[in-house]
Write a new protein. Structure first.
Length: 212
């Protein structure tokens, strides 16, 4: 799946001259955490809710209320925005966007094409995709099956599960913390007992299942 399949194409943007109070009001009113800054049609910065909170005065300030209000009303987002913005493209794989977000410790990526902002993808969008891909949005059970180092082990697991009468909602493989390869199989039933017994009868180790 590509970034364009999960990104939000309608993006609220601000200009470098937008004041911090205006940006705060926009973010609160729309319930958003990321505001791309656009000038002359091009992305020139990014303002997060964290940037806005840092720009607000602390309780330790010695300034009077009217002085604070005067200064804030004139503080533009160009003074607090992140200028070196990490972006992704609409045709990039979603997992590459997720890898960037993890590596750079950011929760939102502007999506650009030819220098033009065309969307934004956030950690919420990625998590929503993960939930859907894992089939966790429907009544089901998850089985963690250890895969032995032999050819066609995954194929055999799938055959055993289906032969036990269960419908597979999703399947993926990964290395667990012990360094062992596992198949994460979600089956469309809240009673995985017959499937577990069938797998164990074929010599597979099934960790505790999760039902929901």
């Amino acid at each position: 799946m590509l970034v364009r399949d999960v990104m939000q194409p309608q993006v609220l943007v601000i200009s470098p001259t937008t004041t911090v109070p205006e940006a705060v009001q926009l973010a609160q009113r729309r319930g958003i955490r990321h505001l791309p800054v656009v000038e002359d049609g091009k992305l020139c910065g990014m303002v997060s809710d964290r940037d806005l909170k840092r720009a607000m005065p602390s309780g330790a300030t010695t300034l009077e209320a009217h002085e604070l209000r005067y200064l804030l009303e004139r503080l533009a987002v160009s003074e607090i925005m992140t200028r070196t913005v990490i972006t992704t493209g609409p045709m990039f794989p979603v997992e590459e966007a997720a890898r960037l977000m993890v590596a750079e410790k950011i929760s939102g990526l502007p999506v650009t094409e030819g220098g033009r902002l065309v969307g934004i993808v956030t950690e919420t969008d990625v998590l929503d995709l993960f939930v859907r891909a894992m089939g966790a949005h429907e009544p089901s059970s998850r089985l963690d099956v250890e895969l032995p180092e032999r050819p066609a082990a995954l194929s055999e697991v799938v055959q055993v599960v289906e032969a036990a009468g269960a419908t597979i909602s999703s399947v993926m493989t990964l290395l667990n913390r012990a360094g062992l390869k596992e198949a994460i199989v979600r089956v469309g039933t809240i009673n995985p007992g017959p499937v577990i017994r069938a797998l164990e009868a074929r010599g597979y180790t099934v960790r505790d299942s999760w039902r929901g």
